[in-house]
Write a protein that binds this ligand. Sequence first.
Ligand SMILES: Cc1cc2nc3c(=O)[nH]c(=O)nc-3n(C[C@H](O)[C@H](O)[C@H](O)COP(=O)(O)O)c2cc1C
Length: 321
Amino acid sequence: MFKTKITKMLGIEHPIVGGTMMWLATPDFVAAISNAGALGILASAMYSEKEEFRKAVKRIKSLTPKPFAVNLNLFPSLRPVPNDDFITVMIEEGIKIVETSGHKAPEEYIDRLKKAGITVIHKCVGVRYAKKAESIGVDIVTVVGFENGGATGNLDIGTLVLVPRAVDELKVPVIGGGGVVDGRGFLAVLALGAEGVIMGTRMLLTEEGPIHPKLKEALLKATELDTRQIMRSVQSPHRAWYNEAAKRVTELETQQAGLPEIVSMAAGDKARKMYETGDIDLGIISCSQGIGMIHSVKPVAEVIKDIIAQAEQIRQRIKNM
Ligand SMILES: Cc1cc2nc3c(=O)[nH]c(=O)nc-3n(C[C@H](O)[C@H](O)[C@H](O)COP(=O)(O)O)c2cc1C
């Protein structure tokens, strides 16, 4: 067992956080992650108004008695995201943990969240952003290295350097990740000084991960060479699986195409259709370099159990060295 400041602060069994996933972090998937002893996070930006969001929160509560969190999206968005309304619902529904992520620290929301007694985690990709978040009063900072599936930012710092740098600079506990898919990465991130470990891509490649089996099958065949950072030219750098859609985005970027063209190729509606139909070249899916180490689709609970068991074994092996 691994008991850390994070397991204590968040009331979870294992120091593992399932990364927020737009259009995929559905109530059932979030509950599966929390039921497995990790922290599931609902992506509030999947909802366009507060009652729909409330329904999702209630659904999670009906599926798990365990702690879960809600993500507030601070990335620029084509659709207006009613974060203030979502916070009202969170307070009314007794949500205890909020994760913020995006291009800025949650300055405009922190007072309201803290007054409501909510534990605030801010996720970012660089030490200076982490320090800014700490300075405004967040309780925990998550840093994800350049290997990660999802937003990479422009600093391009790998997990092995970013996590200890954040740990050295911050007083608040750090959750680290980016490229972690098994007990080796899990233990390594704890060894770097983190109190918890975030995993996105590994969680998605599970039985409960809500993407079409054909897409899972294709991703299982991918190696660490099959992701690319895309959308840097439009100030929204992301690491994604390098399928035909990602290739088309890269071509458009090379041709210096305009923002609308690039954004339309990377649009969420295409991705959602791909997730549902298994048409694997239709849209963009965020994906970690760690994909090269994922070889099976298992239930979330088994993935987590295996990670902890493998980490225990390695801990023993190192002790005996
Ligand atoms: C398919 C997918 C969608 C994601 N969507 C979001 C999102 O909407 N908001 C966010 O903050 N992070 C998002 N992420 C990032 C994850 O929450 C997490 O930080 C990341 O996956 C950790 O790196 P890993 O994939 O190497 O484990 C997404 C990741 C994946 C794989």
